[in-house]
Design a protein around this ligand. Structure first.
Ligand SMILES: NC(=O)c1ccc[n+]([C@@H]2O[C@H](COP(=O)([O-])OP(=O)(O)OC[C@H]3O[C@@H](n4cnc5c(N)ncnc54)[C@H](OP(=O)(O)O)[C@@H]3O)[C@@H](O)[C@H]2O)c1
Length: 237
């Protein structure tokens, strides 16, 4: 049977690599698009006119998330896999002794923390009806409190630490429904996180995506480790 997946932030970077890999495996993919002017996702339509469904999506906006969920529900009665990938990393890394821009910090929370919660909430009934029942939150090493080495960068780090808590709560609750939750650090990815392509990244998006999908395929222990890097190494909370 055709598997279905919903991926947020699919226009470029890791989200696009995950989308391509899943299409290649024969999934039907609902790909959240935030950047309509970025061509790669729409170019994929010619290769996968049936299995790729582009879904306009701003995860920071309640109405947009609801509209996306309604669009998905008009195509399918169930979702096998949800990957909350969309995230932002604006260049705002001051310490407590410098100027803090609380509007940027609120935007980070609204996108990186509340975005996944909104999206998961909007399609939870579809996910509960899925065959695979896999929920992946793309977190970061920056959300690890035990491994913290930073003296600033409050917004991004706190938004990912709070996402980690979200994943933990979801795992505890949803395991009784057979849902496997994974909270994954994707590596230092060569992507567009800061608005332009990061040549310094140490992992290609396609390799990070391959590692994440391997974990999706193999991780079946509902109580098993939750916070992992893309190679499957456990991360410290
Ligand atoms: N790159 C890394 O080294 C790294 C490390 C740790 C964790 N991560 C996490 O990995 C995930 C994927 O990031 P990436 O590296 O692939 O970065 P990316 O290339 O910037 O991709 C993120 C995608 O999400 C989109 N997006 C931004 N705001 C959105 C919104 N409000 N609603 C929906 N989509 C939105 C982005 O659009 P725009 O390009 O227009 O912003 C972009 O298409 C993020 O959650 C990030 O925090 C990345």
């Amino acid at each position: 049977m055709l598997h279905t997946a919903y991926i947020t932030g699919a226009d470029r970077g890791l989200g696009l690599a995950l989308t391509k890999s899943l299409l290649c495996r024969g999934y039907q993919v609902f790909a959240g698009s935030y950047l309509p002017e970025w061509p790669e996702l729409s170019e994929l339509m010619s290769e996968y006119p049936v299995n790729l469904v582009i879904v306009p999506l701003d995860v920071s906006d309640d109405a947009a998330v609801s509209a996306a969920a309604a669009l998905i529900a008009s195509h399918t009665e169930s979702l096998d896999l949800l990957i909350n990938n969309a995230g932002i990393f604006p260049q705002h890394t001051p310490t407590i002794l410098e100027d803090l821009d609380f509007e940027i910090i609120k935007r980070l929370y609204n996108t990186n923390t509340l975005g996944p919660l909104r999206v998961t909430h909007s399609v939870i009934n579809l996910l509960l009806k899925g065959q695979l029942k896999k929920l992946v939150n793309i977190s970061s090493e920056a959300g690890s409190i035990s491994a913290n080495h930073r003296i600033g960068n409050f917004g991004y780090t706190m938004s990912k630490a709070a996402l980690n808590m979200q994943s933990s709560i979801l795992q505890l609750h949803l395991k009784e429904f057979g849902v496997k939750v994974l909270n994954i650090h994707p590596g230092y990815v060569r992507s567009y996180m800061s608005g332009k392509f990061n040549e310094d990244g140490t992992v290609e998006a396609v390799d990070s995506a391959a590692g994440i999908l391997k974990l999706v395929d193999t991780e079946v222990d509902l109580n098993g480790p939750l916070y992992l890097d893309y190679e499957g190494n456990p991360m410290g909370w």
